[in-house]
Each structure stands twice: as C-alpha cells, then as structure tokens.
Design a protein around this ligand. Structure first.
Ligand code: NAD
Length: 451
C-alpha cells in the first residue's frame, strides 16, 4: 500500500448509497483520495455535479467541499474503480430476500467486477452488512476467480454502525471501529485508514466481526420491542411509558437509547438484520426465541395501535391524515417504514382516504409500498402538499414519523379544519397538553393517567 506523506491513500468505495457516500466523504475529509463507484450512472452523474441523490443532513455541503478540493470523484466505470486504488471498500446493499435470507447479488457482482479488472494486490474491505460466513466466502470466490500468486487479495470485515439522519455525526464520532480479518497487516492498514477519528478499535476474526454487527442490531431491535410490550401493559395500568423509559434509562446498565415506545421499528437495517439472524439460527437448528419474540412484537405493534384507534372511532369510510412516510425523521428512506405499513393497514380497513404528509414526499408515486396496491386502494391515497389545507375534512390525524417540523404545524387552524379533531401520536412526539388546549382529542402510546 502506498501511503502519501505516510498518511493518505487511494481508496475506492463501491456503492454510493447512504453508507457508501457517507463513508467515501468521511474518508476524503480525512485526507484520502477517494473514488466513489456505483453501477447507477445517473446517480454517479448527480454526485459529480454535487447533488446528493438522497437526503442526509450535512452531506451535500461536504460533497461540494470535497469535489471542489478534488479529494473525491465518482465513476460508473468498473475498470477505473478497481485499477485506481489498492484499497476497495464494498458498501453495496444487502437487502432481505423473500425467505429472510440476505440477498447477496449486489455483493457478488461487486466482487466479480473486482476480479474482472484486478491489476495488482488489493485489500477488499467489507463495509456492507453481510451474513456470518460471507467474508470467508468472499475469499474463496477470489481464490476461484483470480490468480492470487500474481495479484493477492486480502479481505477485511469492517461493518458500519451509522444511523441515517445522523450519518455524519456517527461517522466522525464512531462508538467503535470493528475490524475483522486473518491478515494482521491488512487489518492494521484498515485501522490506519481511520486515523484522525476519535474511535476505539476492536480487532477480531471474520465471524466475530460479522456477528457483532447482527447481534448489535438484534439487541437494539429487541430493546425497542421490549419497551413497546411494556407500553402495552403501561397503557392498561395507567403508567406513563415516557417516564418509565426515562427512569430506566438513568441506569447506565440500561441506557436511555432505543427506549421510545411507539408503532415499532422499521428502516433498512433492523428488520432485515433480525430476519437474517433468525434465518441463520433456523438453518443451524438454534432457537433464538428472544429475537423471534422481538420480531413478533414489532410485527404486531401497528395492529395494536390501529386497534386502539378503532376503539376511539371506527375508521372505515373515514379520511385519515398520516404524518410521516419516511421510516424516521431527517431521512427520505422509506424502506420498511412503519408509516407506510400503517397506511396499508388503514387502506385494508376500508378508510375512504389516506392523505399522506411528509417533507420528503410530493406525490403519491413517490411512496414505496411494501407490495403493489390494488387499483381500488391506490385511488384512495392522496399526498398533501399544502400544509394549510392538509387537515381539511379529516376524521383523524396519525403521526408516524417524528419530524421536528411536525411540532409547528398549524395545529390550531387544523383543529377547526378537521371534521373531527382527533390525533393519534404513534411516536409520543407531540405536546399532548398543548394540543388538548387547542381542542384536539389526543391519544399517544401509554402516556399515563397523570396527563
Ligand atoms: P443503498 O441501497 O442506499 O446503496 C447501495 C448502492 O450500491 C446503490 O447506489 C446501488 O446502485 C449500488 N450498487 C449495487 N450493486 C453495485 C455494484 N455491483 N457495484 C457498485 N455499486 C453497486 O444501501 P445502504 O443503505 O447504503 O446500505 C449499504 C450496506 O450498508 C448494506 O449492507 C446495509 O445493511 C449496511 N448498513 C446500512 C446502514 C443504513 O443506515 N443505511 C447502516 C449500517 C449498515
């Protein structure tokens, strides 16, 4: 590996999605010369123009800066991507296939591109979340496709832990950097890539590194399901789940993170990583009963919430305004979004109109349904773009995503514009006392008797 002024190196990041683009920019900011490679030529073109193809706070500004400084460039050409750098970092998507198994087609094609254009020794860094055993399989695939005596390839596992919506913060202040591998020199090279970041390294073998990623996401998902299940009981006994979580979180052994009760987790990571872990356990004949329950609680949390909505007022034939399409705030990512699942549930229940409102959605065809809607259902979906008129004639408002801007919606005006001023807060995000003061009937998730 050639280190310029002993500090910076050429690196290609394969896949320019949420993780790949963020990581590429962070590496460029650390002084490395970075090439971002993606098979999607239109994405590459936009990135080279300084346009971020997705939404992530602070990232576009950093993109402008680093393009201008000539520290990063994007390409859709495989040969350039592979031959320009000795370090190749893979950050392509690894979505769930229908059976819960992670789908490795993008990863396989990235490896095959490397094998096709390989021109010298490489270190291939796996940043994508990959099933346990995959890094070893990557090594085998290179051994089959490449003459390793001429062009040796080392593989290093380096899973990513950033959260969408705070990707830059998480990348510049990582909680830890996990580096798994079987060649200490390659492992050291990857650690050195990040020098300058305030991080703690943990080095281990491939399987441990891969498992750290899955077990971490599994644990966080279970934590959310735990508090959601406690919320179901809190609702019955009149305890305030927000207070319960705060009080629990004061214990450093528990910590307050991922203890927000609501309509459950979604996004591109928790559901698919939990599914993959359960799938693997099944194949190995090991029962992960706690994780299976965490998934079951999450899968039924929206039903539980909708049942409570129905108990207040039957929704069939009504108009419902849904606040939030993105799976969480500060992102446009709709993968496994609870808001979308809730809308699908409402359509199934026979609501007359689902009106969606989200800062990142301007039209119905921008909503990524989990499966195609039938014609009848599709006709009942609208997207509100005029904030002032968004609540006109609705029988209920449901908040599914805690966008900061939702605090300051024209709630006062909406209370009179709505057919019935009823709000269901699926994230315990809104000021219930203030809303009641404005004439709203407010229902959150176990917000307690005292309120
Ligand atoms: P993404 O879907 O946003 O981006 C993937 C990109 O890879 C796309 O732009 C796609 O065009 C490109 N691509 C596909 N095949 C390619 C190939 N053969 N060569 C080059 N480019 C190719 O995915 P993401 O959300 O950035 O996730 C990437 C990986 O990181 C996944 O394994 C995910 O589990 C993991 N991860 C994601 C997050 C997150 O919050 N999004 C957090 C931690 C880890």
């Amino acid at each position: 590996i050639v280190w310029r002024r002993r500090r910076s190196v050429n690196i290609t990041v394969i896949g320019s999605g949420y993780v790949g683009t963020t990581t590429a920019l962070v590496l460029a900011k650390l002084g490395h010369q970075v090439i971002g490679y993606d098979v999607d030529a239109s994405k590459v073109e936009r990135l080279n123009r300084g346009e971020l193809p997705f939404r992530e706070p602070g990232l576009e500004e950093l993109l402008h800066e680093l393009l201008q400084d000539g520290k990063i460039v994007f390409t859709a050409d495989g040969r350039t991507a592979v031959t320009s750098s000795q370090l190749l970092m893979i950050s392509v998507g690894t979505p769930s296939a229908a059976d819960g198994n992670a789908d490795l087609k993008y990863l396989t094609s990235a490896i095959d591109t490397i094998a096709e254009f390989i021109d010298g020794p490489k270190i291939v860094i796996t940043k994508s979340t990959v099933p346990i055993g995959t890094n070893r399989w990557i090594k085998e695939r290179f051994a089959e496709k490449v003459d390793l005596t001429k062009t040796p390839v080392d593989v290093v596992s380096n899973p990513e832990f950033l959260r969408e919506g705070s990707a830059l913060h998480d990348s510049f202040q990582p909680s830890r950097t996990i580096v798994g591998g079987d060649n200490p020199l390659a492992v050291e090279t990857v650690k050195r890539l990040y020098s300058g970041l305030p991080t703690t390294y943990y080095t281990c073998d491939f399987e441990t590194a891969e498992m750290i990623k899955y077990a971490s996401n599994g644990f966080l998902a279970a934590k959310i399901s735990f508090i959601n299940e406690i919320a179901r009981l809190a609702e019955e006994v009149g305890a305030d789940i927000g207070g319960v979580a705060r009080g629990m979180g004061m214990d450093p052994r528990i910590s307050s993170h991922h203890l927000s009760a609501g309509i459950g987790y979604g996004g591109s990571c928790f559901p698919k990583d939990v599914a993959e872990l359960l799938h693997l356990a099944n194949r190995k004949n090991v029962k992960l009963s706690m994780l299976a329950e965490a998934k079951r609680v999450n899968d039924t949390q929206i039903d539980w919430f909708v049942e409570r909505m129905q108990a207040v007022a039957p929704l069939k034939g009504q108009r419902v305004l849904v606040l939030g399409v993105a799976f969480k705030e500060d992102t446009d990512d709709q993968r496994e979004s609870p808001g979308i699942r809730l809308m699908e549930r409402l359509l199934k229940l026979g609501v007359r109109e689902v009106r969606a409102f989200d800062p990142t959605v301007r039209a119905v065809d921008e909503i990524r349904w989990t499966k195609p809607l039938g014609k009848g259902a599709a006709k009942r979906v609208k997207v509100a773009t005029d904030v002032e008129r968004a609540a006109d004639g609705v029988h209920a408002v449901v908040l599914t995503t805690p966008w900061k801007s939702f605090e300051t919606l024209p709630w006062k005006q909406w209370a009179t514009a709505a057919a019935t001023p009823v709000v269901f807060d699926g994230r315990n995000f809104l000021d219930d006392v203030a809303l009641r003061g404005l004439g709203w009937q407010y229902y959150g998730v176990a917000r307690g008797r005292g309120r």
